[in-house]
Design a protein. Sequence first.
Length: 112
Amino acid sequence: MDAAERREILNRYRDHSRRFEAAAARRNSKRTGAVIPFAPPPALRELEQEPTAREIEVLQLVADGLVNREIGERLFLSEETVKSHVRHLLAKLQARSRAHAVAVGFRRGLIA
């Protein structure tokens, strides 16, 4: 699946979410007069974000060939925190693996 297909799926999801939110608002206003706002799921919000400075630091160290434990020692983080940063990077960069995340990071100019 390439970036254009992902964008199309994301746009369809957003459109569906807007329509769902509008229908829910109409339904709730008929019953109680109150509208419950719709919040997109965390995974969708994550796709819309850019990597943080710390995540880019982690990505650079991944590109340098370090494993999670070594990255944690270098940045004074626990191995679990490094795993979390890598997981967020994969989602934000829409990458399938650490190597793919590094390639995307290079292409986007996030790392050198």
